[in-house]
Write a protein that binds this ligand. Sequence first.
Ligand SMILES: Cc1cc2nc3c(=O)[nH]c(=O)nc-3n(C[C@H](O)[C@H](O)[C@H](O)COP(=O)(O)OP(=O)(O)OC[C@H]3O[C@@H](n4cnc5c(N)ncnc54)[C@H](O)[C@@H]3O)c2cc1C
Length: 568
Amino acid sequence: MGELAIAVIGVGPRGLSVLERLLTRLARRPPAGRVTIWAFDAVGHGGGRVWRTGQPQWLSANTTAGESTLCSPDGILPAARFATMARWSGLEPGAYPARRHYGTYLSEVFEALCAAAPPGVRVRKVTAEVTRLRRTAARLRLVAGGRAYRVDKAVLATGHGSVEPDERQLALLRHAEEHRLRYVPPGLAAEMPLEELPPRAEVAVRGFGLTFYDVLRAVTLGRGGRFEPGPAGLRYVPSGDEPRLLPLSRGGVPFLARPDVPDFPAPPVRLRVVTEERLRALRADALAATGTPQLDFARHVEPLIQREADLACPDGAARPLSGLARPFRGRRFACPGGYRDRLARLLREDARRARGGCPDGTVKAATEMLRVIRPLLPQVVDFGGLLPGSHRDFLDRFVPESFVLSAGPPAEHVEQLAALLEAGIVRPVGPAAVAAPGPGGFVVHSPQVAGSRRVTTALLEARSPARDLARDASPLVRQLLADGMISEFVNVDPASGERFHAGGLAVTRAPYRVLDALGRPDPDIHALGVATNHTRWFTEVGTARPGQDSPFSGDADAVAAALLAGGV
Ligand SMILES: Cc1cc2nc3c(=O)[nH]c(=O)nc-3n(C[C@H](O)[C@H](O)[C@H](O)COP(=O)(O)OP(=O)(O)OC[C@H]3O[C@@H](n4cnc5c(N)ncnc54)[C@H](O)[C@@H]3O)c2cc1C
């Protein structure tokens, strides 16, 4: 009888999905020998870092209870209890759970999985950070919490890591230190020292996406403010303790509201142009025409997406999509108040539209389509599927614009933001706004809004750290990189030699073995989830589909199959 020891490093949603597929496979074909699965998480098993159960109530998921699931269609989790977050919690399928509430679901899923382990299989839970992983003869040796463990296989599902500040951020940190200012680098809002922002102080906030909404809720609802219904919609009743937030962003528009969607699993929007077959054909055409299968996203794929949007919304209101995401492109405002009023009206209208759902023929049908096609796009983007320059453009331009339109919060949060603009708590700087160190603070201004220049004593980066393996702050990743056991994915155009250092961890196609410094796949170490972003795209949990096969459980299943392939 053999023995097999597997380490799952990081038990957020991705690590949890690997565990679910491993146990499902082991239950179906019970092992002859013993299997030990070591489950390591530095924060907590299930919810992990993003969904940690101790975070405040006002931090909310932007996926609904009805679409959030850890159950795969043929998995061992009891569907009567865990089929979806809605089933488990009793929330309406269209409700947006508090992040910590979903974290509790995930943690209970973890406990249920441990309890359901078939005979001969044990899940051992270790709440500690793995700081080392090395090869010793035929096995792997890892260190966590000062103890060493020997395993045969390991899975890196380490998610949203932290990165060291880059040159620009270091300069801002130095400026803050020298002039007794506050500078908060990119991170998770739940981990930022937001309580240190003084009441009524002006705080420049770079980023107008989901982390901005988190920060906003923390300094308003989290400081005793509240929203009340009024004749013109929600209005804000301040507590008096709020700082004034000055958001800066490229487009001058925050992430817009997600339409109220019908129950999953029915997809709310039907795809007519952007289909798997169509995307596959694009690659074959490119190969025939140019000798390389690499695509130019703007030239080959975006026109299809625009056609899909035009079919969803035939009156031209979603043409072009990029104009919808950047409505203030080239517009000038005579004063900050003019821009702020225009934005507040736009947000009220957006929230109103979102409450109408996304029936065919509406702008929200076109923008929801962008969400629906997301799980298809990895087919064209992943593993160097785009030409290097196009890959960069996809990440720098297409993704941010498409996220403004399709990755936003529920309508209620957008309406709350409108109310906060009207109450003067949020004072956006303007389109194309910039912040720079200057005398006495951080100087912010928008070239499109006259009179927008302000000097603030605090600057906060409202975004998750960008994936950049070279700057990864985790001791584990640094050691693996230094030892040449992992490497960075570089997208290369073989014809021109052009290279794009995407910053992600290099892995093979399924079952996602890490590639060492010489590009050789490691037979025993796999990686999936956010850790592999930029090599792959859109590895977040939003790709799970209740009751259906999905890339989310498919990825985990491929890894689980490979981990067990040697037999026990
Ligand atoms: C603030 C925020 C909100 C989000 N909201 C949503 C949402 O509403 N809906 C949605 O679909 N997606 C959302 N996302 C996207 C998110 O990427 C996924 O939901 C999901 O959490 C990713 O899963 P993961 O397992 O890959 O990574 P993570 O959730 O980051 O989990 C990785 C885990 O690994 C652990 N870990 C890392 N390194 C080590 C180590 N060396 N040793 C031990 N443990 C380690 C961490 O503690 C962590 O718990 C959000 C992301 C963020 C940052």
